[in-house]
Design a protein around this ligand. Sequence first.
Ligand code: UD2
Length: 321
Amino acid sequence: MGISFKKALVTGGAGFIGSHIVDALIGKGCDVIVIDNLSTGHMSNLEHTKGKMSFCQGDIRDIDFIMKKAEGCDVIFHQAAVVSVPLTVEKPVDSAMVNEIGTIHVLEAARKNHVKKVVLASSCAVYGDDPEIPKNEEMVARPQTPYAAQKYSNEQYARIYNQLYGMNTACLRYFNVYGPRQDPSSPYSGVISIFMTRAAKGESPLIYGDGRQFRDFVFVKDVVHANLLAAGLEKSDKNVFNIGTGSYIRINKLWDMVCRLSGASIEAEYAPPRAGDILESVANIDNAKKILGFEPEYAFEKGIEKTFEWYRNQPQTERRP
Ligand code: UD2
């Protein structure tokens, strides 16, 4: 796939998804600027890109910083955020300073620097507890947490910048993204990263509820592809897209698959359902297919195998920044 831009800024580029976007951009010969405050990102995610991109440690709450870094850029991939839902519940103001004000700073920096395109990371969290599945973008958003409200507000600002200033923006509602580099170290890390490390250590996982709940797990490289497609999209009224696969995996099945990959035979332990846990989540990706030309390439079996390979090669100690 060809790209139509030369210079890109990736916010949160030392993070899980951001660092994979950086890899893809370097692979396409793009001039890449990475910014990250390293609060949850790790320099180890970028180690192999040294000399191939320019890294600047800084914070999107600092408007002068982001304004300067956006100079001369054709496109911004905005991935920097407080990504832990529980942390936004605990700290709604602090997280809003990053997730809302920080995002407005990014949009302002794009506007003032005449950046042609901004692609923003949104989340399926905006659907809240609406039981209807699959989720489609026309459904009314029902954010239930500060995180979801902040992501929804990002989408609204993107739309407003589009209407008021003619800025070309696209928002990608990520479903459950997984893959190499996802940090398993917090209790709120993605379930796949937690299960992988449990299996590697020969430990039982904790499954919340009866394990029949399901998620639409999308491999990080497919998410990167969606970002590149969105960057190339002409200005359009439809600029919010679900990014998932359209199929789902139950949590019990997930543990079975991880066990099979690792050769382990470990019984899961069960705990009461997590407060506010959504039971069923799966994306309708028709819009992404039709308008972006998005087609997930990684069947779950293939994605999880690649992910497992990566975790198997990681030292079983806490990761250092
Ligand atoms: C995902 C996103 C979150 C937000 C939310 C919106 C991730 C990591 N999080 O949360 O940012 O967008 O969707 O709805 O993508 N589980 C276990 N045992 C564990 C960990 C998890 O049973 O040790 C279960 C958990 O109860 C849930 C499922 O696995 O039913 C997925 O959990 P998750 O934390 O990976 O992701 P989710 O969907 O809660």
